[in-house]
Design a protein around this ligand. Structure first.
Ligand code: ASP
Length: 435
């Protein structure tokens, strides 16, 4: 069983990348004859679909319940508001970049138009807004309606957060049990995701082989365009949004980036905001002179709910999928993407690859359901194949955003020690102590 041993011992990223490369090669060599591998891809798509609703529910409830209302003083509200505003800006940027560069345009994927046929009726914007409130949350969950499920999960989570701070011990206990239950559920779901990812290389191989079998080498271009669009938008957001935000609060962006670079690099290589948190905490304390009262709250909160890079990625990818299946997203659909993706980024855990799972729900909200055998599933598989590459960049931006907003909040509260910023950059580098 050497092959099986090799499979499970080799790094997952390497395997997914191999799946992508071998799939493309097999498609190019065998052409449309490769279609017999389709069921292997369908199984992968079904596995992903299987976990979307539980992952969304569990992680959003835990995310919302983790914000202690008692700590939601001025600092908390400021941080939350700026986190949300920068995320909306990120999404807008992702969508603009997607529209400008149109990755996926002209790609003629062969498959069913969508699960329900080509003319999937899009509800109007006002209907979309009203429908966010479920009349029956259980039916929303069971029929896979994403927005109402998010709405209900957030309300439920905020309720839990309040009761965990209740002054009645009995209520507090009960709320903590509920919290632990959902926290456990979220952990279990990530374990299941981990298992599903073990199958991902085979799924990616099959899905990509079929795309390349039907498309030939032309399928390479769109993937390059997706990567370019995501990275361009990430760079613009980093320089423009954070640069302007920091400047507005009289923090020199160059000084900021010099101090933040270890965290940015760590995030890039680990692809995990959560994993980078100790480094960010160390930087806020040792290199930025921010008071503990601010960073000890804003950084863990940011690592959990603030994902500007993920938002950009979801915007670009939603546009890509629209173009790739031959029905570009309408303006109304793009507004829905903003709404869902802001929420999705709150629910995205700070672990590698989480954004790609949440992308399923963003797509779902605009009627692009990933169903086996559909063009949507093929387009999704294409970006999934290069997810590691996209994840590195988006995680780096996620972490930069947490630090930038922390600086801004601290500055506005007078909780930043200016002496740390007068040091020369090379002195800062020499005195860096990373946690
Ligand atoms: N890996 C990202 C992070 O940890 C989340 C994502 O996959 O978008 O911030």
């Amino acid at each position: 069983m050497k092959g099986v041993d090799w499979y499970f011992k080799t790094n997952l990223l390497v395997r997914i990348l191999l799946g992508l490369i071998l799939g493309a090669a097999a498609g190019l060599i065998f052409g449309p004859k490769i279609e017999w591998v389709t069921p292997f891809g369908d199984i992968f798509v079904r596995l992903l679909k299987m976990i979307v609703m539980p992952v969304v529910m569990f992680t959003l409830i835990v995310g919302a319940a983790s914000i202690h209302p008692a700590r939601l003083g001025r600092v908390g509200v400021k941080a939350l508001v700026i986190y949300m505003l920068t995320t909306v800006a990120a999404l807008a940027l992702g969508l603009i970049m997607g529209n400008l560069l149109s990755p996926g345009r002209g790609l003629q994927l062969v498959g069913a138009a969508s699960a329900f046929g080509k003319d999937l009726a899009q509800p109007s914007l006002i209907d979309t807004l009203i429908n966010v409130v479920p009349t029956n949350p259980f039916s929303a969950i069971s029929s896979g309606d994403i927005l109402p499920t998010i709405f209900f999960s957030l309300m439920f989570g905020i309720g839990v957060a309040y009761l965990r701070e209740s002054d009645q011990a009995r209520v507090q206990d009960a709320a903590n049990i509920v919290f632990r239950f959902f926290e456990g559920g979220a952990e279990v779901m990530y374990k299941v995701v981990h298992w599903i990812l073990q199958y991902a290389p085979i799924g990616v191989f099959a899905l990509i082989a079929v795309v390349f079998g039907n498309q030939g080498a032309e399928a390479f271009g769109p993937l390059g365009m997706v990567t370019l669009s995501v990275y361009l938008a990430l760079a613009v957001h980093m320089i423009l949004v954070y640069g302007v935000l920091l400047s507005l609060f009289r923090i020199n962006p160059m000084h900021f980036f010099t101090r933040a670079k270890e965290a940015i690099i760590t995030a890039f290589v680990t692809r995990s905001s959560g994993g980078t948190l100790p480094v960010s905490l160390g930087i806020a304390k040792e290199k930025m002179g921010i008071s503990k009262g601010v960073y000890s709250f804003t950084l863990p909160l940011g690592a959990t709910i603030n994902m500007d890079g993920t938002a950009i990625y979801q915007g670009v990818c939603a546009i890509f999928v629209g173009f790739a299946i031959g029905s570009p997203l309408t303006f109304g659909q793009q507004l829905t993407v903003i709404m869902t993706a802001v929420l999705a980024s709150i629910g995205t855990a700070g672990v590698p690859g989480a954004g790609a799972i949440m992308l399923l729900m963003v797509l779902n909200s605009v009627g692009l359901t990933v169903e086996p055998g559909t063009k949507v599933a093929m387009a999704y598989a294409m970006i999934f194949g290069i997810d590691a590459l996209l994840d590195m960049g988006r995680t780096a931006l996620n972490v930069t955003g947490d630090l930038a907003v922390t600086c801004v909040v601290a500055k506005s509260e007078g909780e930043i020690d200016e002496a740390y910023w007068r040091k020369k950059d090379d002195e800062v580098a020499a005195s860096a102590v990373l946690g």
